[in-house]
Design a protein around this ligand. Structure first.
Ligand code: DAH
Length: 344
């Protein structure tokens, strides 16, 4: 019996030595240490061993099981560490590699200004009207005629306005004021809207002027709309847009579609009114045109000027953005220089 046990021990130790991974080790371990193993059967058979030999044989069986167990545990530990190391090696992260981080874009500064201005007018009760009523490719009728613009008005000149090859009645709109007329044709007062968009002018490009720029048009038509409403709304807009009170000046002016008309100046942001190159020494900057809607414009869209009145305004988005952020060249908005755009 003793002999048998020592044989088992010997083959077991050999087999354990030959294992090469956790799985093969597990098999050997089962073979020698499970309930059904030979050693276990020997333990069960101890009762048939003569009593005087029992303690010795018993101790030997236990000792051999222990040895096998110790060795398999040790092997198991080795395999486990080896497999883990292999895995870590294959999944190693090289922290010196360049990252795949993509910079996140943001809205263009002009879009930002448009959004801000529209939000302010929404606070003041105006609704946003988009492209539907203000096409960029427009007819002369909507860009000029229905806006009470005389046939001989210089703005109609090819020097100022881009005419389409499609015909002399088609232009790239030179102002967002077409949105006023289309809105009034398609709805009835009260009308209280703002409409931002692109406009085009035939100009030579410089730091101050571009062929393409953006305007925001506003229109409020209802019963009893007065010039003091116009002043109240535009002063409040200026206060909210520039973030604090700024002196303003309403200057007498002329537009074919408003009577009376005004140009509105704010005190120069750069010099606080002292006079500097930005304001050409005047201390004031013009930021928008406005006025009471001319009765002829109302009549042309079948709104009775005896019952209704209104005010309108138009402002340049580039100009307002340049003033807010002290930008000195309008072309910066259009040449996609990421160093410029990233600042907003
Ligand atoms: N359309 C004018 C321009 O482009 C700006 C303007 C002035 C719009 C007075 C208006 C207004 O609605 O009432 O210069």
């Amino acid at each position: 019996m003793e002999q048998k046990i020592l044989e088992i021990k010997e083959t077991a130790l050999k087999e354990i030595e030959k294992t090469y991974d956790l799985k093969s080790l597990e098999e050997v371990k089962n073979k020698y240490l499970s309930r059904a193993s030979e050693l276990n059967n020997l333990k069960k058979g101890l009762k048939d061993v003569p009593p005087e030999q029992r303690p010795k044989i018993g101790a030997l069986v236990n000792q051999v099981s222990k040895e096998i167990e110790t060795l398999t545990n040790q092997k198991q530990e080795e395999f486990y560490t080896a497999e883990l190391n292999k895995k870590l090696e294959s999944e190693k992260i090289d922290i010196t590699l360049p990252s795949t981080f993509e910079p996140v874009g943001h809205v263009h500064p002009l879009t930002k200004t448009i959004n801000e201005i529209v939000e302010i007018f929404e606070l003041l009760g105006f609704s946003l009207i988009e492209n539907q009523y203000s096409p960029e490719v427009e007819t002369v009728k909507y860009n000029f005629d229905l806006l009470n613009t005389p046939k001989e008005h210089p703005a109609r000149d090819v020097q100022d306005t881009f005419y389409s090859k499609l015909g002399e009645n088609v232009v790239l709109r030179s102002q967002t004021s077409n949105a006023q007329v289309r809105q009034m044709q398609n709805s009835r007062p009260p009308i209280k809207i703002v409409s931002p968009g692109r406009v085009y002018r035939s100009e030579s490009v410089s730091a101050r002027k571009n062929n393409l720029f953006h305007q925001i048009e506003g229109l409020y038509v209802d019963k009893n709309v007065t010039f003091s409403d116009l002043k109240g709304v535009l002063n409040e807009f200026i206060r909210l847009y520039f973030g604090s009170y700024r002196p303003t000046r309403f200057r007498n002016s002329f537009f074919p579609f408003t009577e009376p008309s005004a140009e509105i100046d704010v005190q120069c942001i750069m010099c606080e009114g002292k006079g500097c190159p930005t304001c050409s020494g005047t201390g004031w900057l013009e930021i928008l045109g406005a006025g009471m809607v001319d009765p002829n414009v109302l009549k042309a869209v079948d709104i009775d000027p005896e019952v209704y009145s209104g005010f309108a305004f138009g402002m340049g988005v580039e100009r307002l953005t340049m003033l807010k952020y002290a930008i000195d060249d309008i072309r910066l908005f259009f040449n996609d220089d990421i160093r410029f755009l990233n600042q907003f």
